[in-house]
Design a protein around this ligand. Sequence first.
Ligand SMILES: [Zn+2]
Length: 213
Amino acid sequence: MIHLVLFFFVLVIALPLNASENRDFVDISELDGSLVLDIRYATPRNFTGKVMYPVARCLLRRDAALRLIKVEQRLRAQGCRLIIFDGYRPLSVQKKFWNILPDERYVADPAKGSRHNRGAAVDVTLADLAGNPLAMPSDYDDFSEKAHRDYAGASLEAKKNCALLEAAMKAEGFDPFPTEWWHFDAPGWERYPVSDFSLEEFTVVHGEKSEQK
Ligand SMILES: [Zn+2]
């Protein structure tokens, strides 16, 4: 009997939590439709060689998304812009990554949860104003020392671009990750819980909310 009571208690408190889990998330393209996205995990062009996301979209916590839009504006004033590779990543996808590459220098342990799983980290690179990628020290998801921020062997141009991106991101509060030049954590990431709703599911929830207005 006590188990049954507990079961219903958990059900009652768990349902509203699940329903509100993605309330604080936004689709950044809905805030700024001009942003350039190249969501690599929605293509085979990533370290797994497989399509890991069913849709190519960048969901983020609202505060992180607003900061990233400010970075874009800052960069445009300097003659370049962002390309976004990744934002929110469901925990279930993180577990698949960890099975392929269980190395915390490159993939966060799903037992702890990635900052991407919290919707509070972004992978980005620089492009010219037309959206053409600029030179960087390595490809995205290059898990070698070439991706490290202190890698000395990069070309002068790549180093300059890397420094430009880093300065613009830091100016809006993002924290650069030492072993991946493309990865930045949003300030206050630790305040957000790890999430596991699918990138497609967000469309449905958001669509329902829109219809109610
Ligand atoms: Zn990342």
